[in-house]
Ligand binder design. Structure first.
Ligand SMILES: [Zn+2]
Length: 322
């Protein structure tokens, strides 16, 4: 066995957020993941159907040395049709039943608020849509508090609203905890998240030279620098790493957003880049190693230190075993 390989096996990495229900060739992908020393994966639900599938996948692919866990939740966009079909109460009841039906479920989400902005920071999301997202999010914040499970939060351009919704439900008794996944905010916003006791998870976005927002523009550059500032300053015991695969491939695997046709509006552009349809290669859990390496370089720390810290943090937050 080569030294490189034995080292990879000795290190334990966790991909704390991916969507395996949206990935084909799962057998092959999981084999590749194991070879990279990633031995825990949390696969995240975004609708009732994807939550069910996530539980099924975590049951099917877990073994003694490779552990998989699932979360159940309704994403503000991906799960919208569930709420339209079943109504909010029924959706929350179903999530609750899914939690009770399996010991693989370690969190509530992906849930949150996803607002769209123009390149000039004008809001494109209507008030009606915002109200819908807020109700759906707050119902899941409450569910997480009731079940004493961590929240997996998606936040795009809605920081104040998100902090407000959490503060409303977080009381000293509720001990609500969670993670802001795939961080895209600045340091001020990060401090608020940290003050609430939440973790911050970095995805391939942290490796970008131009951020999702206004890709290939000065605003995109500024946002990318802000995300990296947060990745430098966040206390080591509050950091998680993830791939959000099959979306958001890290550099150098990411496609080049500046090559998108110029006729596209900034909203479509952001969506395409965010959903990674412009990437050369699709993302997969093994690439969490690239995110860990990037953070290690950024913070001038050994790779093993980042691997160990993010592993322990995931164990702590999600209550998962070795
Ligand atoms: Zn996600």
């Amino acid at each position: 066995m080569s030294t490189k390989k034995s080292m990879r096996e000795a290190l334990m990495l966790v991909d704390s957020h991916c969507h395996l229900d949206a990935i084909e060739d799962l057998e092959v992908i999981i084999d590749r993941t194991k070879l990279e020393g990633v031995n825990k994966i949390i696969t995240v639900g975004t609708s009732i159907e994807s939550s069910k599938k996530s539980i099924e996948i975590s049951d099917n692919y877990s073994s003694n040395i490779f552990k998989m866990y699932a979360t159940v939740g309704i994403h503000p966009k991906d799960g919208k049709s569930d709420v339209e079909k079943l109504g909010l109460n029924q959706c929350i009841q179903t999530l609750k039943q899914l939690v009770q039906s399996s010991d693989k479920v370690v969190g509530i989400g992906e849930c949150g608020l996803g607002y769209h902005l123009t390149a000039d920071n004008l809001h494109l999301t209507t008030d009606k849509e915002k109200e819908f997202q807020k109700k759906l999010f707050e119902a899941q914040v409450k569910l997480a508090a009731d079940l004493n499970l961590p929240l997996i939060i998606h936040c795009r351009n809605a920081w104040d609203e998100i902090f407000d919704s959490i503060s409303k439900i977080q009381t000293p008794n509720s001990k609500l905890k969670g993670v802001f996944h795939s961080w895209t905010g600045n340091w001020q916003e990060a401090q608020k998240a940290l003050d609430l006791g939440f973790y911050i998870s970095f995805s391939g976005i942290v490796t970008y030279k131009q951020s999702l927002r206004s890709s290939a523009s000065p605003a995109g550059l500024k946002n990318a620098q802000e995300i990296q500032e947060v990745a430098k300053k966040t206390p080591l015991d509050r950091i998680l790493i993830e791939t959000d695969s099959p979306f958001l491939a890290p550099e150098p695997l990411r496609g080049n957003p500046s090559k998108l046709p110029t006729r596209l509006s900034s909203t479509i552009r952001t969506r395409l880049v965010e959903r990674n349809r412009w990437a050369i290669s699709k993302n997969e859990p093994k690439n969490v190693r690239i995110v860990a390496q990037f953070l290690a370089d950024l913070r001038h720390l050994p790779f093993a230190k980042i691997a160990e810290a993010t592993f322990q943090n995931a164990r702590q937050l999600f209550g998962i075993s070795i």
